[in-house]
Design a protein around this ligand. Structure first.
Ligand SMILES: NC(=O)c1ccc[n+]([C@@H]2O[C@H](COP(=O)([O-])OP(=O)(O)OC[C@H]3O[C@@H](n4cnc5c(N)ncnc54)[C@H](OP(=O)(O)O)[C@@H]3O)[C@@H](O)[C@H]2O)c1
Length: 435
């Protein structure tokens, strides 16, 4: 059972930790895949720069569970009060989920202990609150591993306001769903791709959060906070899963010069934010189109161009490396000074609208589709114009694909509803990124 460390943490705010390096005592909240990788890295290389790293305790639920790391039994603790009683210099939260992570992170920050977390669910839901507590107590709160865990960029952006003046975010931030869609070209079904991902250890035992877009939505929510766009609950975003994607949709996208990728997309104008999470048509000319397998990438457009980050998005080892760099930064003067601004403004809550994008549509009929000109006429009567359509062999009249010019979702839905009713066909519909 985990109990809050009320006796050691309540009361007056302790001063921020000393800023010299020396020995950095780390309390791990969680010793699962990431926590164990952090502990292994500390045991293998106990020195980082001028600092010595040491694990003072690891919070777990089940002491009897077999662990992939050799920590002394005295370090495995089920009582958070005991963790804090050992006075760690930095707390690393890798429990996952909201509670008890939120309570324990709050308590650490309120006590002036720096916190490093890889928990995107926690930061997406309570990042604003935790940053303000950190700002008040002067304790750094770092979460570099929450988005594209193996690619450090959040910290850079928080120190570079001009680079961080971003107006458009496009990316692939969930490695599992990217792997699944990449594999589906060969496996033909999502179930077979999932079996392959599980065999290679690329998916969680329960992959629903990846397949349904929840994980990517949490990461987009963290990004929107981090870039100062505002506070948004992941479930308030327009989120679609990849569970409806068919291998034949991927083939049809290829015929039109694109691929289907699990993307995040967000745009900011003077007074509004639009956002979307889900599978989308990405033209082959777009850099995101060649981000395959479990790789992640993020394209951030600012006033002078597009910053493009790519690399491993997860994996215990890559995540542990990023977490330990955060630990070192949190324990040094630089990290303390830069991440603990006492003026952390409260982010306002935002309600992103759905973006106006182009669309990729694939029609299939049991027998024969109407002539292409009739389809274009019907869509035109709704004010929807085609960019291009796939040409099928004369012998195949039961399927076609086309790309529209940008239009709002509601108008597209009305037109596709009328089209599928009139032509007695089925439509698969995806947003399309601009080339
Ligand atoms: N896995 C990755 O590659 C990756 C990458 C980036 C970010 N992350 C994030 O890192 C965090 C941890 O991920 P993970 O894959 O390491 O998770 P995990 O393998 O499920 O490990 C969770 C750990 O937390 C402990 N724990 C959970 N609830 C607890 C409670 N109520 N009291 C005490 N201990 C508790 C568990 O204890 P027991 O061992 O006793 O069950 C386990 O040691 C998540 O937020 C995840 O989103 C993971």
């Amino acid at each position: 059972m985990v109990t809050a460390a009320a006796d050691t943490l309540e009361g007056a705010v302790r001063p921020a930790p000393a800023l010299s390096t020396g020995t950095i005592d780390i309390a791990l909240l969680g010793l699962g895949r990431v926590g164990s990788a952090v502990a292994r890295a500390v045991l293998d290389t106990p020195s980082s720069g001028s600092a010595r790293l040491r694990i003072t305790g690891a919070l777990i639920r089940y002491p009897e569970r077999r662990r992939d790391v050799r920590l002394p039994a005295s370090c495995l603790l089920t009582d958070a009060a005991e963790i804090f009683a050992r006075r760690p210099r930095v707390v690393v939260e890798v429990l996952g989920g909201i509670e008890p992570a939120r309570t324990l992170v709050r308590q650490a920050l309120e006590s002036g202990i720096p916190v490093v977390t890889a928990n995107k669910s926690l930061v997406a839901a309570h990042g604003d609150e935790l940053r303000r507590i950190a700002a008040r107590s002067g304790a750094p709160f770092l979460c570099e591993a929450t988005v594209i865990a193996g690619v450090p960029f959040l910290g850079t952006l928080s120190r570079r306001p001009r680079a961080a003046a971003v107006t458009c975010i496009r990316g692939i931030v969930n490695g599992t769903s990217n792997y699944l869609l990449t594999q589906m070209t060969a496996t033909r079904t999502l179930a077979a791709a999932l079996a392959e991902a599980a065999r290679l250890g690329l998916s969680e035992p329960d992959p629903r959060n990846d397949v349904l877009g929840v994980d990517a939505a949490e990461k987009l929510s963290v990004l929107l906070q981090h870039l100062g766009w505002g506070r948004v609950a992941p479930h308030a975003l327009d989120v679609r899963g990849i569970d409806g994607v068919q291998a034949s949709d991927i083939d049809a996208a290829r015929d039109l010069g694109g691929v289907i990728k699990p993307v995040i997309l967000a745009e900011r104008s003077v007074d509004a934010v639009t956002a979307f999470v889900g599978p989308a048509f990405v033209p082959l000319t777009d850099r995101l189109a060649s981000v395959d397998g479990s790789e992640n990438a993020l394209a951030l457009r600012n006033g002078y161009g597009e910053l493009f980050y790519s690399g491993p998005g997860a994996g215990p080892q890559a995540t542990a490396a990023t977490v330990l760099d955060d630990v070192f930064e949190a324990a040094t003067a630089d990290g303390g000074r830069l991440e603990s601004r006492s003026d952390a403004p409260r982010l306002s809550a935002i309600e992103p609208g759905a973006p106006v994008t182009a669309w990729f549509v694939r029609l299939t009929a049991a027998e024969k589709l109407p002539p292409a000109a009739d389809i274009a006429d019907l869509l035109g009567s709704f004010g929807i114009w085609l960019q291009r359509s796939s040409s099928l062999p004369a012998t195949r009249q039961d399927a076609c694909g086309f790309l529209t010019l940008p239009v709002e979702r509601a108008r597209l839905d009305s037109a596709i509803g009328a089209l599928t009713a009139a032509a007695r066909c089925h439509a698969s519909v995806y947003r399309a990124l601009e080339g």
